[in-house]
Design a binder for this molecule. Structure first.
Ligand code: HEC
Ligand code: HEC
Length: 282
């Protein structure tokens, strides 16, 4: 505190004239009154979207922004109302908290870099705006599924997970060793938009949802809507899903585990670069 060399805030000379400030205040008040009178919206979710999201997700939110062509994993189409990252049952829209989490933390390994820099208030209004892009959000909100507490990790639990992994058909897409090279993967897969999609290499972290095992539990239990990754809530017990999660963790070698807080090379760095180019134009 109090750098002796610098000028303390309260001793700094006052601004030369106060008039411009007062004029500006009057202008703002008049502007606000005008926007109210004409029915135009004050700074809102649509504007935040235009500034930070449109370059990838597109003017109408269909995922066809000007940068989309440069990206391997294409931006989400919000008009379909079909979301991968939910804590709700397959087919249901995500909760506000789900959307807030995805937007704040990003989708790892893709150009969807964390948007935490835009501030809590703007995050909230942009999430509200996303919900206006699909009629699916008019349905009564579905309660989130609660993740049961994780069991103690033992060699038996991991061995059980390995059995469940084989018995549940995971190797068909993700391969015997979890590297994403199962028979279906080799044939080539498409998502609901007919875009090519590859089963995740489960031996790396972070996954798209991050490295938190609770989030991996949700991916397996609830599936990723719009992709071939099914929901397993009907087929498996919650404990079997935990066994799977820790079997998958056992496949990750230390060199395949990247820290959460750094940008990953490839799509994440490209996403960051696109944002910088875009901000430069504003
Ligand atoms: C540089 C490009 C880029 C920018 C900018 C960007 N996104 Fe994304 N976004 C993506 C990509 C690519 C995906 C697809 C990730 C996937 O499907 O694996 C995505 C996915 C998402 C999802 C996940 C949807 C789901 O299926 O659950 C949400 C929510 C989202 N973006 C919201 C936003 C919001 C809000 C903004 C602006 C504040 C924004 N994005 C800015 C590229 C971008
Ligand atoms: C029909 C093919 C298919 C089957 C069967 C399948 N998956 Fe997937 N899975 C996928 C695809 C495709 C993705 C990638 C989705 C994406 O990147 O958007 C995926 C993604 C995942 C993810 C990553 C989520 C993230 O955050 O990145 C996990 C974990 C996962 N699967 C686990 C499993 C487990 C465990 C099983 C068996 C119980 C299984 N999958 C069965 C196709 C499949």
């Amino acid at each position: 505190m109090g750098d002796p060399q610098g000028t303390p805030l309260q001793q700094r000379p006052p601004p030369p004239r106060t008039r411009p400030l007062r004029t500006a205040c009057v202008a703002v008040v008049v502007l606000l009154a005008l926007t109210e009178a004409t029915g135009a919206q004050p700074p809102d979710g649509k504007q935040v979207y235009g500034r930070h999201c449109e370059v990838c997700h597109g003017l109408i939110g269909d995922g066809n922004g000007e940068a989309a062509a440069r990206l391997r994993t294409k931006p989400a189409d919000f008009t379909a109302g079909r979301y991968k990252f939910r804590s709700t049952m397959s087919g249901a829209p995500p909760t506000d908290e789900d959307l807030l989490r995805t937007v704040t933390r990003g989708v790892r390994g893709t150009a969807m870099v964390p948007q935490a820099h835009i501030g809590a208030g703007e995050l909230r209004v942009v999430v509200a705006y996303l919900k206006t892009l699909s009629p699916r959000f008019a349905e009564p909100a579905r309660p989130p599924v609660s993740v049961p507490p994780a069991p103690a990790v033992t060699p038996e639990l991991v061995a059980r997970g390995a059995r469940v992994y084989r018995a549940s058909g995971c190797p068909e897409c993700h391969g015997d060793g979890g590297k994403g090279d199962g028979p279906s993967a080799r044939k080539g897969m498409k998502d609901s938009r007919d875009l090519p999609i590859v089963p995740t290499d489960l031996t790396r972290r972070p996954l798209k949802r991050g490295s938190d095992t609770q989030e991996t539990w949700k991916s397996i239990a609830l599936g990723l809507d719009g992709t071939p990754m099914p929901s397993y809530t009907d087929a498996l017990e919650p404990g079997e899903i935990w066994a799977l999660v820790f079997f998958l963790e056992s496949l990750v070698t230390p060199d395949q585990r990247q820290p959460e807080e750094r940008l990953l090379p490839g799509e994440e760095v490209l996403g960051d670069q696109i944002e910088r180019e875009h901000q430069g134009r504003h």
